[in-house]
Design a protein around this ligand. Structure first.
Ligand SMILES: Nc1ncnc2c1ncn2[C@@H]1O[C@H](COP(=O)(O)OP(=O)(O)OP(=O)(O)O)[C@@H](O)[C@H]1O
Ligand SMILES: [Mg+2]
Length: 556
């Protein structure tokens, strides 16, 4: 029976003298080993390239032929391989075995002196082959390892690719979500405005209609209540636009140094009246409070809004704390709240023991028109106005709340950095009417507003000149016409009001200017916008305010 063995297990035999090779092969075959006989060293090298378990070489085979190719092959073995070689020598020293000199260069060599006992040869070959098998095992493990490494590498690459794809998908989803949230917010905003305005317009238009009908029939008694109805609706509409402007951070802020403690104390009674008896109001003012920089009117309205929110959160009563404190905000805090500067802030907090808010309500509470209150009880503009006001003032607003645990809303306003102004002079008293000849130039592109302002002024006895835009106002300023005051809209078409005032001042250095504005787009805060002798009032304004301002400015 022929056993086909792998070339990797065979012995390559090279013993050119007589029948040495055949005898060796026979002995090996008898012991169950495979072998092949080579004619010479070159043939042996050829066989070796096919693979071998060991070499069996007689020393004389190395004589007379160049051992270099064999040495090179041995040297080129892969790291796992150390081919065993059995070198058959002659009895005696090197003088009898000149070829054995190169023996050490062959590497893994065992010398076997002739004549040898067959058992010795077989035991040597057995040992050599066992070593060779170990080398093959090592090789296989190496291959396994590198294959696993390859698989790992592939897995890693696929993983990386999957992560990339997943991230891209997530980013896409996030973008889509943000877009839809934006649309939802815009929808909520426009829907809210339209709904509330419709109600207020109904009140205004309705009362005007009724007035007209009554007058047509000559009924003039009890018109006051109709007028009140219209004015109330209009004032509510004005309040709505103010809060919207506050939210959009485009209101005209009159920022000045504010003693927050004094402001809170002065509002104490009003706050007390706004809540019911079942709520205990506790005012905790911190000593040595820094002076804040903010618009005091807006701050008052923010505090009132917060207190009313707290009241609504405690229908069954509870405790309400209004507190103030100084706080330094470090970079860790400000970095998390974009656009907020590191520095000192004065904090106004309103804490209640009411129903609290879930995280999803906290997330939306600052959104305009977000309300959880029944229709007619909340417009959802209170916190959005507070947020916009805090941001426009260079501060911040935050909510801490847990359902059932109550709520704290904190308003951070920047510490005032300049010198404190001296005490304000007491309000002057003005004569009710204009002195003869006092003249006002009115520049306003909205005809309704222009007509109203002119009417009020002429009722008071002022002379007036009007212009619909800055271009037609300049020639008037450049004429000998008497002008005691320029009243100008800020957002005119073409050249805006501030530029007109600039030109007016070049022509008449002492010109006094009163700006009227829907919102101060060009001046987030009045301070940077107004020079001395300039003032600003925001639309819609009451005629009382307009009259007072005109008299105050002309008489100074
Ligand atoms: N102190 C609070 N405790 C519990 N929930 C609150 C508190 N303050 C505000 N909220 C929640 O946040 C929502 C929005 O408040 P926001 O002040 O903006 O509007 P509103 O009070 O509903 O209406 P508005 O203030 O315009 O009359 C409220 O409807 C309520 O759900
Ligand atoms: Mg509110």
């Amino acid at each position: 029976m022929t056993v086909v063995r792998a070339t990797s297990e065979r012995a390559i035999i090279l013993a050119p003298l007589g029948r040495d090779s055949q005898i060796a092969l026979m002995l090996l075959n008898e012991a169950g080993f495979d072998g092949v006989i080579s004619r010479d060293l070159a043939a042996l090298c050829g066989e070796l390239e096919q693979g071998a378990g060991l070499l069996l070489i007689s020393s004389e085979a190395l004589m007379g032929s160049d051992p270099e190719p064999l040495l090179r092959l041995l040297e080129q073995q892969p790291a796992w391989s150390d081919l065993p070689i059995v070198l058959l020598t002659h009895h005696g020293g090197p003088e009898h075995n000149p070829a054995s000199r190169i023996g050490p260069q062959l590497g893994n060599v065992t010398f076997l002196e002739r004549p040898f006992h067959p058992v010795t040869l077989i035991s040597l070959v057995t040992t050599a082959l066992r070593g060779r098998r170990r080398q093959y095992e090592a090789r296989d493990r190496l291959i396994d390892l590198s294959q696993s490494e390859l698989r790992l590498q592939n897995t890693l690459e696929t993983l990386e690719q999957q992560v990339e794809e997943r991230t891209a998908q997530l980013r896409h989803n996030e973008e889509a979500l943000r877009q839809s949230q934006k649309m939802e917010a815009v929808g909520q905003l426009t829907g809210g405005i339209a709904h509330d305005f419709n109600n207020m317009l109904t009140g205004i238009i309705g009362s005007l209609e009724l007035l007209r009908r009554r007058l047509a029939r000559g009924r003039t008694e009890d018109l006051d209540s109709l007028i009140d109805l219209g004015v109330t609706s209009a004032n509510r509409a004005a309040g709505l636009t103010h809060r919207l402007l506050a939210f959009s951070r485009r209101q005209s802020l009159d920022s000045k140094p504010v003693e927050m403690n004094t402001l809170v104390v002065s509002m104490g009674e009003l706050l007390q009246r706004s809540i019911n008896e079942s709520i205990r109001l506790d005012i905790q003012l911190s000593d040595n409070l820094w002076v804040a920089e903010a618009d005091p009117n807006q701050l008052e309205s923010a505090l009132l809004n917060l207190v009313i929110n707290a009241r609504d959160a405690m229908p069954d009563g509870g405790k309400l704390v209004v507190s103030t404190c100084n706080q330094h905000l470090d970079e860790d805090f400000t970095r998390a709240h974009g656009n907020l500067g590191v520095g000192d802030y004065v904090v106004l907090s309103v804490t209640d023991t009411g129903c609290g808010m879930s995280q999803s309500i906290i997330d939306r509470a600052f959104d305009p028109f977000f309300t959880t209150k029944p229709i007619g009880q909340g417009t959802g503009l209170g916190l959005s106005m507070i947020y916009g006001f805090s941001k426009q003032s260079g501060g911040h607003a935050s909510i801490q709340s847990e359902p059932g645990q109550g709520t704290t809303v904190s308003l951070y306003l920047p510490r005032f950095g300049g010198d404190l102004p001296q005490d304000q002079p007491a309000d002057r008293q003005y004569d009710p009417f204009a002195y003869h000849g006092e003249t006002v130039l009115i520049v306003e592109d909205d005809p309704a507003v222009r007509v109203l302002v002119c009417t009020v002024l002429s009722d008071l006895g002022y002379a007036f000149v009007e212009a619909a835009d800055a271009d037609s106002a300049v020639p008037i300023l450049d004429s000998p016409q008497r002008i005691d005051l320029l009243i100008s809209d800020v957002g005119l078409h073409g050249m805006h009001g501030r530029q007109l005032a600039e030109i007016g001042r070049q022509l008449r250095p002492d010109l006094k200017v009163l700006f009227i504005t829907g919102y101060a787009e060009h001046a987030a805060v009045r301070g940077g916008f107004l020079d001395p002798g300039m003032q600003m009032i925001t639309k819609p304004f009451t005629f009382d305010l307009l009259t007072a301002k005109v008299q105050e400015m002309i008489r100074i």
